[in-house]
Design a binder for this molecule. Structure first.
Ligand code: MN3
Length: 224
Protein backbone atom coordinates (compact mmCIF):
# COMPACT_ATOMS: atom_id res chain seq x y z
CA UNK A 1 0.00 0.00 0.00
CA UNK A 2 1.21 3.51 -0.78
CA UNK A 3 1.54 5.75 2.27
CA UNK A 4 -0.57 8.88 2.44
CA UNK A 5 2.45 11.20 1.97
CA UNK A 6 3.67 9.18 -1.00
CA UNK A 7 0.17 9.24 -2.46
CA UNK A 8 -0.05 13.04 -2.11
CA UNK A 9 3.36 13.46 -3.75
CA UNK A 10 2.25 11.16 -6.55
CA UNK A 11 -0.95 13.15 -7.07
CA UNK A 12 0.96 16.46 -6.93
CA UNK A 13 3.40 15.30 -9.57
CA UNK A 14 0.49 14.21 -11.73
CA UNK A 15 -1.21 17.59 -11.43
CA UNK A 16 2.03 19.42 -12.21
CA UNK A 17 2.59 17.21 -15.21
CA UNK A 18 -0.93 17.71 -16.54
CA UNK A 19 -0.83 21.49 -16.06
CA UNK A 20 2.57 21.56 -17.80
CA UNK A 21 1.11 19.54 -20.65
CA UNK A 22 -1.92 21.79 -21.06
CA UNK A 23 0.35 24.84 -20.99
CA UNK A 24 2.49 23.27 -23.70
CA UNK A 25 -0.58 22.56 -25.80
CA UNK A 26 -1.96 26.08 -25.31
CA UNK A 27 1.34 27.66 -26.23
CA UNK A 28 1.61 25.48 -29.29
CA UNK A 29 -1.96 25.60 -30.52
CA UNK A 30 -1.43 27.98 -33.44
CA UNK A 31 -2.96 26.77 -36.69
CA UNK A 32 -4.47 23.28 -36.68
CA UNK A 33 -5.23 20.65 -39.31
CA UNK A 34 -9.01 20.27 -39.70
CA UNK A 35 -10.35 16.71 -39.92
CA UNK A 36 -11.66 15.60 -43.31
CA UNK A 37 -15.48 15.88 -43.18
CA UNK A 38 -15.84 12.36 -44.73
CA UNK A 39 -13.87 9.11 -45.00
CA UNK A 40 -10.75 8.91 -47.20
CA UNK A 41 -12.59 6.60 -49.61
CA UNK A 42 -15.82 8.65 -49.71
CA UNK A 43 -15.00 10.23 -53.09
CA UNK A 44 -14.17 6.95 -54.86
CA UNK A 45 -13.95 6.24 -57.72
CA UNK A 46 -13.55 9.89 -58.75
CA UNK A 47 -10.82 10.74 -56.24
CA UNK A 48 -9.13 7.69 -54.76
CA UNK A 49 -8.60 6.82 -51.12
CA UNK A 50 -4.78 6.81 -51.11
CA UNK A 51 -4.61 10.22 -52.79
CA UNK A 52 -7.02 11.67 -50.19
CA UNK A 53 -5.07 10.12 -47.34
CA UNK A 54 -1.68 11.42 -48.49
CA UNK A 55 -3.13 14.75 -49.58
CA UNK A 56 -4.78 15.47 -46.23
CA UNK A 57 -2.52 13.71 -43.71
CA UNK A 58 0.82 14.61 -45.28
CA UNK A 59 0.52 17.54 -47.70
CA UNK A 60 -2.04 19.61 -45.80
CA UNK A 61 -0.44 18.72 -42.46
CA UNK A 62 2.94 19.92 -43.75
CA UNK A 63 1.43 23.31 -44.72
CA UNK A 64 0.00 23.66 -41.20
CA UNK A 65 3.24 22.58 -39.49
CA UNK A 66 5.38 24.85 -41.66
CA UNK A 67 3.00 27.79 -41.18
CA UNK A 68 3.31 27.34 -37.40
CA UNK A 69 7.11 27.26 -37.76
CA UNK A 70 7.12 30.37 -39.94
CA UNK A 71 4.72 32.27 -37.66
CA UNK A 72 5.03 30.92 -34.10
CA UNK A 73 2.38 32.15 -31.68
CA UNK A 74 0.34 33.90 -34.35
CA UNK A 75 -3.26 34.67 -33.45
CA UNK A 76 -4.17 36.18 -36.81
CA UNK A 77 -7.00 34.53 -38.69
CA UNK A 78 -6.03 33.00 -42.03
CA UNK A 79 -8.27 35.55 -43.77
CA UNK A 80 -6.37 38.43 -42.10
CA UNK A 81 -3.11 36.83 -43.19
CA UNK A 82 -4.29 36.46 -46.80
CA UNK A 83 -5.40 40.12 -46.96
CA UNK A 84 -1.91 41.32 -45.98
CA UNK A 85 0.19 38.51 -47.42
CA UNK A 86 2.45 40.95 -49.29
CA UNK A 87 3.91 41.96 -45.89
CA UNK A 88 4.79 38.35 -45.00
CA UNK A 89 7.77 36.14 -45.86
CA UNK A 90 7.34 33.68 -48.72
CA UNK A 91 7.05 30.72 -46.28
CA UNK A 92 3.89 32.29 -44.84
CA UNK A 93 2.48 32.96 -48.33
CA UNK A 94 3.09 29.35 -49.44
CA UNK A 95 2.07 27.56 -46.25
CA UNK A 96 -0.68 29.96 -45.14
CA UNK A 97 -2.15 29.78 -48.65
CA UNK A 98 -1.77 26.00 -48.61
CA UNK A 99 -3.62 25.80 -45.29
CA UNK A 100 -6.50 28.06 -46.36
CA UNK A 101 -6.85 26.47 -49.81
CA UNK A 102 -6.97 22.88 -48.56
CA UNK A 103 -9.29 23.67 -45.64
CA UNK A 104 -11.67 25.18 -48.22
CA UNK A 105 -11.17 22.38 -50.77
CA UNK A 106 -12.12 19.52 -48.39
CA UNK A 107 -15.43 21.21 -47.66
CA UNK A 108 -16.40 21.80 -51.26
CA UNK A 109 -16.05 18.09 -52.04
CA UNK A 110 -18.63 15.46 -51.02
CA UNK A 111 -19.60 11.93 -52.02
CA UNK A 112 -21.33 11.97 -55.43
CA UNK A 113 -24.96 12.89 -54.83
CA UNK A 114 -26.28 14.28 -58.11
CA UNK A 115 -27.17 17.53 -56.30
CA UNK A 116 -27.20 20.82 -58.19
CA UNK A 117 -26.48 24.47 -57.34
CA UNK A 118 -29.19 26.30 -55.38
CA UNK A 119 -31.81 28.23 -57.38
CA UNK A 120 -30.12 31.55 -56.53
CA UNK A 121 -26.67 30.34 -57.57
CA UNK A 122 -28.01 28.72 -60.74
CA UNK A 123 -29.73 31.99 -61.70
CA UNK A 124 -26.42 33.85 -61.27
CA UNK A 125 -24.57 31.17 -63.28
CA UNK A 126 -27.09 31.52 -66.11
CA UNK A 127 -26.72 35.31 -65.99
CA UNK A 128 -22.90 35.29 -66.05
CA UNK A 129 -22.15 32.15 -68.14
CA UNK A 130 -25.36 31.28 -69.97
CA UNK A 131 -25.50 27.78 -68.44
CA UNK A 132 -23.88 25.49 -65.91
CA UNK A 133 -22.27 23.56 -68.77
CA UNK A 134 -20.62 26.76 -70.03
CA UNK A 135 -19.36 27.54 -66.55
CA UNK A 136 -17.88 24.06 -66.30
CA UNK A 137 -16.12 24.33 -69.63
CA UNK A 138 -14.67 27.78 -68.76
CA UNK A 139 -13.53 26.46 -65.36
CA UNK A 140 -12.02 23.35 -67.00
CA UNK A 141 -10.06 25.59 -69.37
CA UNK A 142 -8.63 27.58 -66.45
CA UNK A 143 -7.76 24.36 -64.59
CA UNK A 144 -6.20 22.68 -67.62
CA UNK A 145 -4.19 25.67 -68.77
CA UNK A 146 -2.71 26.60 -65.38
CA UNK A 147 0.95 25.76 -66.06
CA UNK A 148 2.63 23.71 -63.34
CA UNK A 149 1.15 23.73 -59.84
CA UNK A 150 -1.79 25.86 -58.81
CA UNK A 151 -5.52 26.22 -58.42
CA UNK A 152 -8.59 27.08 -60.51
CA UNK A 153 -11.25 29.25 -58.84
CA UNK A 154 -14.83 30.37 -59.18
CA UNK A 155 -15.14 33.64 -57.29
CA UNK A 156 -17.63 36.42 -56.68
CA UNK A 157 -16.12 39.70 -57.83
CA UNK A 158 -18.11 42.95 -57.93
CA UNK A 159 -21.37 40.97 -57.72
CA UNK A 160 -20.45 38.74 -60.67
CA UNK A 161 -19.20 35.18 -60.92
CA UNK A 162 -15.68 35.06 -62.34
CA UNK A 163 -13.25 32.25 -63.14
CA UNK A 164 -9.53 32.61 -62.55
CA UNK A 165 -6.48 30.57 -61.59
CA UNK A 166 -3.51 31.11 -59.30
CA UNK A 167 0.03 29.67 -59.18
CA UNK A 168 1.42 27.61 -56.28
CA UNK A 169 -0.71 28.09 -53.14
CA UNK A 170 -1.86 31.62 -53.92
CA UNK A 171 -5.59 32.38 -53.81
CA UNK A 172 -7.96 35.24 -54.73
CA UNK A 173 -8.12 36.41 -51.09
CA UNK A 174 -4.47 37.44 -51.22
CA UNK A 175 -3.64 41.10 -51.68
CA UNK A 176 -1.08 40.01 -54.29
CA UNK A 177 -3.60 38.09 -56.43
CA UNK A 178 -4.00 39.17 -60.05
CA UNK A 179 -7.77 38.63 -59.77
CA UNK A 180 -9.25 39.20 -56.30
CA UNK A 181 -12.64 38.12 -55.01
CA UNK A 182 -14.53 35.75 -52.73
CA UNK A 183 -13.91 32.08 -53.64
CA UNK A 184 -16.96 29.83 -53.81
CA UNK A 185 -15.44 26.84 -55.68
CA UNK A 186 -11.85 25.71 -56.24
CA UNK A 187 -9.84 22.90 -57.72
CA UNK A 188 -6.36 21.85 -56.70
CA UNK A 189 -4.41 21.05 -59.88
CA UNK A 190 -1.11 20.21 -58.21
CA UNK A 191 0.05 16.78 -59.41
CA UNK A 192 -0.17 15.50 -55.81
CA UNK A 193 -3.96 15.95 -56.09
CA UNK A 194 -4.38 13.44 -58.93
CA UNK A 195 -1.18 11.75 -60.08
CA UNK A 196 -1.64 8.36 -58.33
CA UNK A 197 -4.90 7.71 -60.17
CA UNK A 198 -4.74 9.90 -63.27
CA UNK A 199 -0.98 10.26 -63.89
CA UNK A 200 -0.48 12.90 -66.59
CA UNK A 201 -4.19 13.04 -67.51
CA UNK A 202 -5.12 16.20 -65.65
CA UNK A 203 -8.19 16.70 -67.85
CA UNK A 204 -9.67 13.34 -66.70
CA UNK A 205 -9.23 14.38 -63.06
CA UNK A 206 -10.89 17.74 -63.76
CA UNK A 207 -13.89 16.03 -65.40
CA UNK A 208 -14.18 13.52 -62.52
CA UNK A 209 -14.10 16.41 -60.00
CA UNK A 210 -17.56 17.64 -61.10
CA UNK A 211 -19.09 14.40 -59.78
CA UNK A 212 -17.98 15.17 -56.24
CA UNK A 213 -18.65 18.91 -55.97
CA UNK A 214 -20.59 19.70 -52.79
CA UNK A 215 -23.10 22.12 -54.32
CA UNK A 216 -24.73 22.72 -50.93
CA UNK A 217 -21.45 24.14 -49.64
CA UNK A 218 -20.77 26.12 -52.81
CA UNK A 219 -24.31 27.58 -52.74
CA UNK A 220 -23.82 28.56 -49.07
CA UNK A 221 -20.59 30.37 -49.93
CA UNK A 222 -22.40 32.21 -52.72
CA UNK A 223 -25.24 33.26 -50.39
CA UNK A 224 -23.03 34.28 -47.44
MN1 MN3 B 1 -2.97 20.02 -52.63
Amino acid sequence: MMKRTQFLKFMGAGLLLSSFRSRQINENTGYTLPALPYAFDALEPHIDKLTMEIHHDRHHKAYVDNLNKALPGSNKSLEELMASISTQPVAVRNNGGGHWNHSFFWQLLAPASGKQPSAALLAQIQKDFGSLDNLKSEFNKAATSRFGSGWAWLIVKDGKLTICSTPNQDNPLMDVAEVKGKPILALDVWEHAYYLKYQNKRADYINAFWNVVNWDFVSQQFNS
